[in-house]
Design a protein around this ligand. Structure first.
Ligand code: BGC
Length: 265
């Protein structure tokens, strides 16, 4: 079944897959790419109703969003997801590797299963999706892959060694893939968000005392929005960015400019 999106834009009829797209940053990215004309596969794991309602919102605006279930920590799920996209569309132009999770686990108490879950979802899942996408893109010698890492690809974060290791790994996965795939006209870039208002940050974003601790680390003195991250994705997947590959683009209000230990005097 080949589907077309009626929205006209710079991404008209390009086929995109956004992982972890039922909420937060992934949702904003899916909305943005669909608004520019891409046919967007909305990957979700458990939140089917949210993915369906996002597809309906996109459709109401004249776009095309297609929910697709897969647990990114499971290779068999990923295989099925790519088989479905291949049989529906015969192509994939854009992959946004956004699915990820974080959980606090100080190193002395971290269980092997805590480590495995975060690494398997964030890093191994990004690799499996990127490899499957690159194999599809290589056949047509065109494509763009965006990996979503974090400021914690470079800023260490106590209690989150597994998360930081996964995000740093994503950054090097990006750079190495960019190097290998440039000759096939496949660009691979990394976006590294800072503190963004998403469900992942719900536990502290409405608590002024904790929020202040985070804001003290952000020169712009505010939390970013998912739409600000989506804007960067929109640029990097566009033809305007055709000479850009292998970068990490920080969307963090300057968070990476300061050491966490710097005291304002
Ligand atoms: C994490 C957020 C955190 C932010 C800045 C992100 O990668 O997902 O929970 O607030 O980094 O520390």
């Amino acid at each position: 079944m080949k589907m077309q999106n009626s929205t006209l834009g710079s991404l008209t009829n390009r086929v995109a897959l956004v992982t972890g797209a039922s909420s937060g940053i992934g949702k904003a990215i899916a909305q943005r790419l669909a608004s520019e004309g891409a046919i967007v596969y909305i990957n979700y794991r458990g939140q089917a109703s949210k993915a369906k309602s996002l597809a309906a919102q996109i459709q109401a605006k004249g776009g095309l969003g297609i929910p697709i279930r897969a647990d990114i920590s499971k290779e068999s799920d990923i295989k099925k997801m790519f088989q479905k996209i291949t049989s529906d569309q015969k192509r994939l132009d854009i992959l946004v590797n956004n699915a990820g999770l974080e959980s606090k686990a100080p190193i002395l108490k971290m269980k092997t299963k805590d480590w495995d879950l975060v690494i398997n979802t964030n890093l191994r899942g990004s690799f499996l999706c990127a490899r499957a996408a690159a194999q599809m893109m290589a056949k047509r010698k065109t494509g763009v892959i965006i990996n979503i890492s974090s400021v914690h690809e470079t800023i260490p974060w106590g209690g989150y060694a597994h998360y930081c290791a996964s995000k740093s790994g994503i950054m090097m996965l990006t750079k190495t893939m960019a190097l290998e795939l440039a000759s096939l006209n496949i660009r691979v870039n990394n976006i590294a968000p800072g503190a963004i208002s998403t469900p992942i940050n719900d536990s502290w974003i409405h608590k002024p005392a904790i929020k202040k601790v985070v804001l003290d680390k952000i020169p712009e003195q505010r939390i970013g929005t998912p739409e600000e991250v989506a804007g960067a994705v929109s640029y990097l997947v566009s033809d305007e960015a055709r000479y850009i590959t292998g970068i990490s683009l920080f969307i963090d209000g300057g968070m990476t400019l300061y050491s966490s230990f710097l005291k304002q005097g």
